[in-house]
Ligand binder design. Structure first.
Ligand SMILES: Cc1ncc(COP(=O)(O)O)c(C=O)c1O
Length: 401
């Protein structure tokens, strides 16, 4: 039987919550979305959270809030999904990509420091696979470069330095040095897409730390306007009898979360601590089994890190991209779905067209070429995890002959 890569884990609890919403007479943004936002903020130890229809909308919303656009530069990793970078292009800023450090999934922090200019307005670290990046180092760099920072508006002035925006699409529930992902970076965006640890089918949330002179309420209000046409009243308040009048304060976007999505999320969040435990258990099974194989894996759990256990990345030492692809095919022949994370952005047409060249990102390429991602999800049984391990061990051994 096929072992899928990452199926959604939907139980009767999610179904009941969605049915309750459908029967309630309110299906778009309303009480359940507000409740989900409150529970996310409490889970992440932040004052507030905003739920939108994707992590991409959350990340782009942050760039809009910071007034980042033409003439500005935003830095992210070359080893990520397109959404960490495409949003920079959407707002008209210049995308700057940094290679990974040798043998690491995180940006090369020396190269990051070198790529900062007077035009740099934000850095987007990616908490890949659910492992939170070294934000102490990142804050050290942005603080060192403070004198170079040229604020162009009130909010940038209030920040007083380059903003740190975590792409934590993989890392909901992760921790670093006792702090929750969500309370570490200036802004943090999470994804609740169907393959993510916690899903709302599509969806995302953004949290933030305090900004001098800006209340959390003001930031929240910005996201409400941004995500709903810039309209002064949302659909719920407009339905109050006789309260029809509204204004449009800015030509906003339409990327709000519906109560149907939030209903799935509320039920998932109640189950989430045990789901994180289950992922941790599978990661430890994989770690133990792969210990003596010629591979390198991520450090998901140690004194400093509690990962969300989102992806199990395996770097097969010495393998070429062709050999890796063959291994993926062999796994598929044995009914095991695997994946690759990530094809570095400079290998993709859109980013080649922007002038990026893979030769400038050798470390990201080295990660990509020998990487295979094993299935890791909460519907995976111990027996299935054993099958993944045994099959992978056999296929890898065969390919080393
Ligand atoms: C690293 C990373 N960033 C951003 C996203 C975008 O998330 P969403 O689909 O919720 O917009 C993803 C989704 O796969 C991702 O893996």
């Amino acid at each position: 039987m096929l072992i899928p890569f990452s199926p959604p884990d939907i139980t009767e609890a999610e179904i009941a919550e969605v049915v309750d919403t459908l029967k309630s007479g309110w299906i778009t943004t309303g009480p359940k979305t507000k409740q989900f936002e409150k529970e996310i903020a409490s889970f992440c130890h932040t004052e507030k959270a905003v739920c939108l229809n994707s992590a991409t909308a959350c990340l782009e919303g942050v760039l809009h809030f910071l007034g980042i656009g033409a003439g500005d530069e935003v830095i992210t990793s070359a080893y990520t999904y397109t959404a960490s970078a495409s949003i920079v292009c959407h707002v008209g800023a210049k995308l700057v990509l940094v290679d990974t450090a040798p043998g690491s999934c995180e940006m090369d922090y020396e190269q990051l420091a070198e790529k900062i200019t007077e035009k740099t307005k934000a850095i987007i670290p990616v908490d890949l696979a659910g492992v939170v990046c070294d934000y102490e180092k990142i804050y050290e760099i942005v603080n060192e470069k403070k004198a170079m920072f040229r604020p162009a508006n009130k909010v940038q002035e209030a920040m007083g330095r380059i903003a740190v925006i975590a792409d934590a699409s993989h890392a909901f529930g992760a921790m670093r040095k006792g702090k929750m992902c969500g309370e570490i970076a200036d802004f943090t965006a999470f994804s609740f897409h169907a393959v993510k640890n916690l899903t709302t089918a599509e969806g995302g949330a953004v949290t933030w730390r305090e900004i001098p002179n800006y209340s959390s309420e003001e930031i929240y209000r910005f996201f409400m306007l941004y995500s709903l046409h810039g309209q002064t009243k949302d659909a719920l308040s407009k339905t109050k009898v006789g309260q029809w009048e509204y204004d449009i304060l800015l030509p906003g976007y339409k990327c709000n979360m519906t109560d149907i999505m939030a209903a799935i999320g509320l039920a998932q969040l109640r189950r989430y601590p045990s789901m994180l435990e289950r992922r941790k258990h599978i990661v430890s099974m994989y770690n133990k089994a792969l210990e003596n194989m010629p591979v390198r894996v991520l450090n998901h759990y140690d004194d400093d890190h509690q990962s969300s256990g989102h992806l199990y990345l395996v770097y097969m030492l010495g393998k070429s991209a062709e050999e890796r692809n063959l291994i993926i095919e062999k796994m598929a022949e044995k009914d095991i779905a695997t994946n690759v994370h990530y094809k570095p952005l400079p290998l993709l047409t859109a980013y080649k067209n922007l002038g990026f060249k893979i030769e400038d990102y050798p470390n990201a390429y080295d990660l990509y070429k020998c990487e295979i991602t094993l299935p890791l999800h909460t519907k995976l049984t111990d027996e299935q995890a054993e099958r993944v391990i045994n099959t992978f061990a056999g296929v890898l051994k065969e390919s080393n002959k």
